[in-house]
Design a protein around this ligand. Structure first.
Ligand SMILES: NC(=O)c1ccc[n+]([C@@H]2O[C@H](COP(=O)([O-])OP(=O)(O)OC[C@H]3O[C@@H](n4cnc5c(N)ncnc54)[C@H](OP(=O)(O)O)[C@@H]3O)[C@@H](O)[C@H]2O)c1
Length: 303
């Protein structure tokens, strides 16, 4: 099987590149001049440029495109709407065009931010109603696929965490570094959802490609918690001081983009059909801790 992984230098993209089945012929693409995962085939590609997308797909002829590229800065999306749309929607249109021309299938990643968070957790039948620009762009990206005739599968996930090289800090790596520096942090008590170890999501996505899944799946950690409880668990498991974590309400935090509060993804369909491991909070964090212990400090830092 030949697979093209977009956004291969991002957190999920790195995991997809490093845990691909051995018999997969891989090509990674991203915006930077080189791959951060060593020993893999890589080509710099701006997915917002249709000709670049068509050229790389026509040349490589993948069976699957795994689209892990995205504009993922939720607050930044409010200020930089054209760039967000270009990556989360226009790039998806270019990838669909390339797939239709070459016969490739597409696996696309989306988010719980397509929901408004009034009455989660949500299953795959629940109607989206995004609150902010990031969520609206991700919903529009989903619609591009749903309205095409492509063999496509969409995996919605949420609160992705894990170790990656030169990636933006995710909630867990940011929290660990802040607590380790002795810093106090304010964490919301009223945002609920699943927390997802990126390694497990990547393993599930490869399984979806192998099973030739199509349609919509919710793929995330199996347990739903509020963010404050999650943060305290991180502190406990990583032997950090939970007293540095102050509870706060979302309304008092002043985040630029609105957040779905009572969110969460029901993952029964993924668990039943894929037979993959989707850990609860404790197990996911313990898996992460094992990775920390096998890497040097420099290995897990985001710089
Ligand atoms: N992170 C979460 O908590 C979360 C939650 C739910 C869903 N998701 C979804 O999961 C997927 C993966 O997220 P992630 O956290 O792994 O994202 P990430 O770390 O931000 O990686 C995204 C990658 O896409 C690249 N990219 C951006 N614009 C591009 C373009 N025009 N052409 C080619 N590549 C481009 C980025 O490069 P630059 O860094 O240079 O921009 C980056 O390497 C996304 O679809 C996201 O929406 C994430």
């Amino acid at each position: 099987m030949k697979c093209l992984v977009t956004g291969c230098n991002g957190l999920l993209g790195q995991k997809l590149m490093s845990c691909a089945p051995a018999d997969v012929d891989l090509l990674g693409v991203d915006l930077q001049s080189e791959s951060v995962v060593s020993g893999v085939d890589y080509q710099r590609t701006d997915l917002g440029e249709e000709q670049q997308v068509l050229a790389v797909v026509r040349r490589f002829r993948p069976d699957w495109i795994l689209n892990a590229a995205a504009f993922t800065d939720v607050d930044g999306a409010e200020k930089n709407q054209p760039l967000c749309w270009r990556v989360n929607v226009t790039a998806v249109e270019h990838l669909v065009t390339a797939c239709l021309q070459t016969g490739a299938r597409m696996l696309h990643i989306s988010t719980d931010y397509v929901f408004d968070g009034r009455n989660g957790p949500y299953d795959e039948q629940d109607p989206p109603n995004p609150l902010g620009y990031y969520g609206r762009s991700k919903w529009a990206g989903e619609c591009v696929l749903q309205h095409s005739s492509l063999h496509a599968v969409i995996a919605r996930t949420m609160v992705l965490y894990g170790l990656g090289r030169r990636v933006r800090p995710n909630f867990v790596t940011w929290l660990i570094e802040a607590l380790a520096r002795g810093q106090s942090v304010r964490i919301v008590t009223d945002q609920f959802g699943n927390t997802t170890l990126a390694d497990e999501l990547a393993e599930a996505l490869w399984k979806m490609a192998a099973l030739e899944c199509r349609g919509l799946y919710h793929v995330a950690g199996s347990e739903i918690v509020d963010r404050y409880t999650f943060a305290v668990k991180v502190a406990r498991i990583f032997d950090l001081d939970a007293d540095q974590i102050q509870p706060i309400a979302t309304a008092d935090l002043g985040q630029q983009a609105p957040r779905p509060l009572k969110s969460g993804l029901l993952v029964d369909k993924a668990m039943n059909e894929l037979g993959v491991r989707l850990s609860d909070v404790e197990t996911g964090l313990r898996r992460l801790k094992e990775q920390f212990q096998t890497l040097s400090t420099a290995g897990y830092r985001s710089d």
